[in-house]
Write a protein that binds this ligand. Structure first.
Ligand SMILES: O=C(O)C[C@H](O)C(=O)O
Ligand code: SF4
Length: 514
């Protein structure tokens, strides 16, 4: 392997497994701002533990290792064709080693390429510069937060905020709205990059580029510096909180950039990044391609609590007015009818993963196993196989709302009693929980190491043809902690937080930048 390929491999592993110092500082500050004995505080404790565990285990912070996106600056004359090939080799190797999930899926057939390579994956942007070194930056941005990106075309009308015009105040409203509409689904607390101007494509590119800035830097353009500070202040008054559980911290960073636009177009593009803000970079020697320096301060400079996986579960007891409730699957109707929003549940026993492909399949096919009393986990894990069998390398929840069209019907048809995911579900599922006797449990998004440790055994797998993330994994878990956010009595914490934050958003209707 060439030195360039080796250096890129190291960059990929570091990015996926070790959150940089500036991001850690932002998360630590959020922990300080949030009472530990709340749902948000509890989730931040789990997040902090997870960051420490990922570093120690050299395993993915989150199971969704995202769309690898590289920005490479090369000296004039460097062979970009060879570099591209070697970047791809490094990606395939990191995937084989379980540092990246198999994340490249054929959009028409649904087939997973298995090595993270394919049309459009990875994304590599080359730029030439007049220096001798090679600068390679990488961001691994997951699908859940990518789904919460949003683009506005000014002028427009925004719920809660009214008219947004073609000026700085209109931009202000769009950015606040972008944070509101993400709720907890992009694994808040998040970081946003804002691209002002451009066309639809370059606007989004500019937004994503902002995510390569340091969390603590100061915008050199005074208007944008003001905008960033304003958004940081006001977005954190929306009360959405970590995971959308409500709380004081909703946004960890806001970076805005500007470029020219066409007279007829005025786009504001927002790239939403989850707390698992994985970006790193290396400066390579121009001739040897050895790593000369890391671009962003390494994570090890800011230790996060790497304590035992029990800490969060212990704090969970304090976060709830009622003691935590320990249940063993399969569950009975009585088990789940006793649960109320806010309860902390510790699950033991059998759990089955299922996400988009499985839910669609189960609508008109039988299940390969008996799901009566069963627990479905919305999760697409990172798995590795050796002589002894399959091992879980990372296994946090995925965004549940995508299963909203199917979930209620499937629960009733197969007798499923609990669904675990993140971000909450909608009215159809809530009605089914009530009618059938079911519960929705919210796990901490991105806490892939924390949950992987709870999985004691992989009992089997079905539908491997869907690819590793979409297959139905049969797991045996111990001490899997999650919070009831939708119960069988018609209560949904997600609906409440959305309602509440909408009212708070409306406070920021009046012009600020005039
Ligand atoms: O694909 C996943 O595992 C998670 C995804 O990033 C999500 O946030 O829903
Ligand atoms: S699960 Fe959450 S933390 Fe992981 S990539 Fe998706 S949005 Fe980010």
């Amino acid at each position: 392997m060439s030195t360039f390929e080796e250096s890129i491999y190291r960059l990929v592993v570091e990015t996926s497994t070790n959150l940089p110092a500036d991001v850690r500082r932002a998360i630590s500050a959020a922990r300080e701002a949030e009472d530990r004995a709340t749902r948000a505080g509890l989730s931040l404790t789990t997040i902090a533990q997870n960051i420490g565990m990922a570093e120690t285990n050299v395993s993915p912070i989150c199971q969704d290792t995202g769309m690898p996106t590289f920005i490479v600056h090369t000296p004039v004359g460097a062979n970009q064709i060879v570099m591209k090939k070697e970047i791809k080799n490094a990606i395939a190797r990191a995937t084989k080693d379980g540092k990246l999930r198999t994340n490249s899926v054929d959009s028409l057939t649904g087939a997973n390429t298995g090595d993270n390579l394919g049309p459009g994956t990875p994304v590599i942007h080359f730029e030439q510069w007049e220096r001798d070194e090679v600068d390679v930056r990488l961001i691994l941005k997951g699908g859940g937060c990518e789904n919460k990106n949003i683009q506005y075309s000014l002028p427009c009308e925004l719920e809660g905020l009214g008219k947004a015009g073609r000026d700085l105040d209109g931009i202000r409203k769009c950015v606040l709205h972008a944070v509101y509409q993400a709720q907890g689904q992009g694994c808040s607390a998040g970081f946003i990059g804002v691209g002002i101007g451009g066309d639809r494509t370059t606007g989004y590119e500019l937004a994503k580029q902002q995510l390569f800035r340091e969390v603590e830097d100061v915008n050199p353009i005074p208007e944008l510096q003001q905008l960033e500070e304003y958004i940081m202040d006001k977005a954190n008054q929306l009360g959405i909180g970590t995971m959308g559980f409500g709380g004081n911290v909703t946004l960890l960073g806001c970076k805005a950039g500007v470029m020219n636009r066409l007279p007829a177009s005025f786009f504001v593009s927002v790239a939403y990044n989850c707390w698992a803000y994985r970006r790193q970079g290396v400066l390579l020697d121009g001739s040897t391609h050895e790593i000369k320096e890391w671009i962003y301060e390494g994570g090890s400079a800011v230790p996060m609590s790497a304590g035992s996986a029990d800490t969060a579960a212990d704090e969970a007891g304090a976060a709830s007015k009622r003691p935590e409730i320990v249940l063993r699957a399969p569950l009975t109707e009585e088990d789940v009818r006793q649960l109320k929003v806010g309860d902390v549940v510790i699950l033991n026993g059998a759990m089955h993963t299922g996400r988009d492909a499985l839910h669609k399949h189960l609508m008109d096919h039988d299940s390969p196993i008996d799901l009566n009393g069963g627990v479905i986990y919305h999760c697409g894990p990172v798995m590795l196989k050796d002589e002894e069998g399959w091992h879980v390398k990372a296994a946090g929840p995925t965004t549940s709302i995508r299963e909203e069209p199917y979930q209620g019907d499937i629960m009733k048809r197969f007798g499923i009693r609990a669904v675990i995911g993140k971000g909450g579900m909608g009215p159809k599922t809530l009605a089914a929980l009530r009618e059938h006797g079911g519960v929705y449990l919210n796990a901490v998004g991105g806490a892939a190491q924390y949950y992987a440790e709870c999985i004691k055994n992989v009992e089997g797998v079905d539908f491997m043809e869907f690819g590793i993330p979409e297959a139905m994994w049969h797991l045996n878990v111990e001490g899997f902690a999650a919070i009831v956010t939708m119960d069988s009595h018609g209560n949904s914490l997600h609906a409440d937080v959305e309602q509440d934050s909408k009212a708070k958003l409306a406070q920021f209707k009046d012009p600020v930048f005039v």
